[in-house]
Design a protein around this ligand. Structure first.
Ligand code: NAD
Length: 285
């Protein structure tokens, strides 16, 4: 069994982004800029935003966080996004989800200029992903594809079982795998007999949010396991959706939690923001 080391790869990607930032500044005088909207006081959201900000600092991006109270109005968020759409110093706009219940999240995501949609959540970019055209791809599944490529794992013709079908993880994960010629199955909470499906898979990619959902008897010998879940165990430790201790004895490759997909997500946010900045720079020349 080999560990797919997302931490090591993310550091390598960060170094590349940092050197591309220097080149972009030298050529165009432009510094990539990321704006983050953080609504409410959820500690996990605040922690994620803090990590993203630190990563921006490490690679030399300009970044700004708009912190807004839990009871913020739809209009106030919309106005902030409109401002950032117009702001030439901002290349990427990220809205930390989830938003509070009074907010229409779809409307908010649709308001982001698709050329600044570094999370890849705008329906324009979703459509481009599904039709296999260049655009912005959600960071977590994009990070998974990079990690597989780093270890020369070709998904072409492989049976891939994606467990979890959200717009930010499972669905874009399935699209990327399909675009790379894998045979893809998507399972979710209403899937009957999950084990029947996972047992057929050469690669299981799980992003659900249930501790120990994937157990040893659900995995065929030599399978590749990508654990996207992030959960807080009773002892306070971060764990994924896979029973790592027992499943790791059976599989060929596995991502750890932490240190697997999580750091790759942040690395892809940096890479998407750099891409947006490079595109904006070439448009203004
Ligand atoms: P979500 O709640 O939007 O979606 C969960 C999905 O899992 C749904 O499609 C649901 O049908 C499915 N599901 C729920 N229970 C199930 C079960 N028992 N069996 C099969 N399917 C089941 O969640 P999300 O935002 O997609 O996040 C999923 C997980 O991925 C969470 O643990 C989250 O913390 C993690 N996540 C990690 C990263 C990262 O960077 N590693 C990024 C985003 C999300």
């Amino acid at each position: 069994m080999q560990i797919l080391d997302g931490k090591a790869l993310s550091q390598k990607i960060e170094q590349n982004v940092a050197s591309e930032v220097i080149t972009l500044k030298e050529k165009t005088g432009r510094t990539p800029g990321l704006a983050v909207i953080l609504v409410g006081n959820d500690p996990a959201s605040a922690a994620y935003v803090g990590m993203k900000k630190k990563a921006c600092d490490r690679v030399g991006f300009y970044s700004v966080t708009h912190e807004m109270p839990e009871d913020i109005s739809q209009d106030a968020i919309e106005n902030t996004i409109k401002m950032m759409n117009q702001n030439p110093n901002i290349d990427g706009i990220l809205i930390q989800l989830p938003l509070p219940p009074q907010i229409d999240t779809t409307k908010i995501l649709e308001l982001v200029d698709p050329s600044k949609d570094v999370d890849g959540f705008h329906p324009y970019n979703v459509g481009r992903l599904v039709t296999n055209l260049d655009g912005f791809v959600p960071c977590t599944p994009l990070g998974v594809m990079e990690l597989l490529a780093e270890y020369n794992i070709d998904v072409k013709g492989k049976n891939c079982c994606v467990v979890g079908a959200s717009n930010i993880v499972g669905k874009p994960m399935a699209s990327l795998l399909l675009n790379a010629d894998a045979t893809v199955e998507i399972c979710h909470i209403f899937t009957d007999d999950l084990k029947k499906h996972t047992l057929q898979a050469d690669i299981i990619l799980v992003g659900v949010g249930v501790i120990n959902l994937i157990k040893e008897d659900m995995v065929k010998d030599g399978a590749i396991i990508i654990d996207i879940g992030i959960n807080r165990a009773q002892n306070g430790k971060l764990v994924g959706d896979v029973d790592f201790e027992n499943v790791s004895k059976k599989c060929s490759y596995i991502t750890p939690v932490p240190g697997g997909v999580g750091p790759m997500t942040i690395a892809m946010l940096l890479s998407n923001t750099l891409k947006a900045a490079q595109q904006h720079a070439s448009e203004s020349h």
